[in-house]
Design a protein around this ligand. Sequence first.
Ligand SMILES: Cc1cc2nc3c(=O)[nH]c(=O)nc-3n(C[C@H](O)[C@H](O)[C@H](O)COP(=O)(O)OP(=O)(O)OC[C@H]3O[C@@H](n4cnc5c(N)ncnc54)[C@H](O)[C@@H]3O)c2cc1C
Length: 381
Amino acid sequence: MRPRADAAVVGAGPAGLMAAAYLAFRGFDVVVFEEDAIIGRPERCAGLYSLWGLKALRIPADGPYLQNRVMGAVFTSPSGESFTVKAPSEVAVVCNRERFDQYLAEKALDNGATIYLGVHVRDIHRRDGGYVLDTGAGQVEASYLLVAEGRKAHIARRIYPGYRLGPWIPIIQYQVAGHGQDPDLVYLYFTRYLPDFFAYLVPVDGDVGKLGVAAVKNTWALSLRFLREYFPGARILGVSSSSVYVGPPLPDPKIGNAFLLGDVAGQVKATTGGGVVYGGLYALAAARHIAGMADFYSTVKPLQRELENTYLLRRLVSRIGPAMLDTLFRSVGESGMAERLGRLGNMERHHNTLLRSLLHPSATLLALHLIKNYLQAILKS
Ligand SMILES: Cc1cc2nc3c(=O)[nH]c(=O)nc-3n(C[C@H](O)[C@H](O)[C@H](O)COP(=O)(O)OP(=O)(O)OC[C@H]3O[C@@H](n4cnc5c(N)ncnc54)[C@H](O)[C@@H]3O)c2cc1C
């Protein structure tokens, strides 16, 4: 193992690999440490990334990881009210996450980075303004440190004073066959017995899909109940368990020449737990800063604001009870708001999309439908 590098990256997930590829491209001597033996495995991701996000990350949508393209989403309320947000053209791709990470690793290697697989970074300390990483295979010194270790946060806790993130929710993701839904759309299910999050189906094609169920308690039992009730004919091909982050981003992900990137810094949309695009945007911002191309804080300021507001939006939505969700979903469908969301929406910018939709004059129509449906629900009960 080399004793010195310009930059050391802990974790070969998407955030670490994107930062490594950029820095190596700019001529930096970069080493990446990944404790798993195979990049991208085990696969714990639905692999749904917006075209907007991939473009911002300069990652081709049609790489070897591409599984499907989608145009929008169907939202279903606890009592089965649903509305569809469909864009005029494709808005996102479904990717094989293992191949996606491996593509990023190949890019980093092609640019000159070194990736050590099966090497766990055990500890870290500061020396002469730089960092010394203590790995299972020896010590390495680096001027810059990029911590992209995901949920474990072992190194983050060592270098970040008072490191603390918000909540994570356990999630079970099944690979299923026979889902029987339109493969052009993804599906979000809000149910009474999954009050902490939603369940989703991300189709790979008309038959196979990734079906996720998140819940704070009894996740396994509830996921099987969901499968039984919503997809009785589906066959389980595979299953994985993990967690998604649903809190706010870490207030300041930079300390000295160290950057916390991706899930370890809560750079995730709290509404969906999706973090590949935001983690990547922060990773590129850190790499550009190190390369002297752009100031880190100026670049991440709008990202930080959007993630903080998305977290507030999640808190708001989590306070809406099942009956109100039914009323809301019916009203969004009836008022034409769903079609407008399809035209205006950006699936990476939930808070921004909501604001723009509510400031649109036609939001008045939604308000009227809400009042009507709310009164009808009261009269019925
Ligand atoms: C079921 C599920 C579905 C999801 N679906 C989506 C989706 O559709 N779209 C989306 O955008 N996001 C999705 N996400 C979230 C997404 O997977 C994460 O946001 C993303 O993986 C974060 O990337 P990262 O690089 O920060 O961390 P990770 O991908 O977690 O990578 C961290 C890496 O660091 C390594 N590591 C940790 N500690 C050490 C150490 N000490 N030494 C060496 N290596 C170490 C780990 O082995 C790991 O490979 C989903 C998550 C789950 C659980």
